[in-house]
Design a protein. Structure first.
Length: 113
């Protein structure tokens, strides 16, 4: 079973930074757009950012200017640099490969006020 493996979540104070990483098998990484979603308790899973196989990026309005998505084609990883974190950024963050439709297991990000 193909897996995406996330890392980098944790607890941080408001205004702080975290960096999430997602590792994928090369066979998946090379042909997919890669995205980060997040899901807060009791809420739906929402798109945070997407990076195409060619490196084009798209962000949710709520994270523009604070989050940066990038992909390392040599390491087959996609990263999410999160700066100026707010309590409302608290959620489980999931990595997603499309169009293969493969999810990671999720990593918890908690931002304290």
């Amino acid at each position: 079973q193909v897996q995406l493996v996330e890392s980098g979540g944790g607890l941080v104070q408001a205004g702080g930074s975290l960096r999430l990483s997602c590792a994928a098998p090369r066979s998946i990484f090379s042909i997919n757009h890669m995205a980060w979603y997040r899901q807060a308790p009791g809420k739906q899973r929402d798109l945070v950012a997407v990076i195409s196989a060619g490196g084009m990026t798209t962000y949710a309005d709520s994270v523009k200017g604070r989050f940066t998505i990038s992909r390392d084609n040599a390491q087959n990883t996609v990263n999410l640099q999160m700066n100026s974190l707010k309590p409302e950024d608290t959620a489980v963050y999931y990595c997603f490969a499309m169009p293969s439709r493969i999810w990671g297991q999720g990593t918890q990000v908690t931002v304290s006020s």
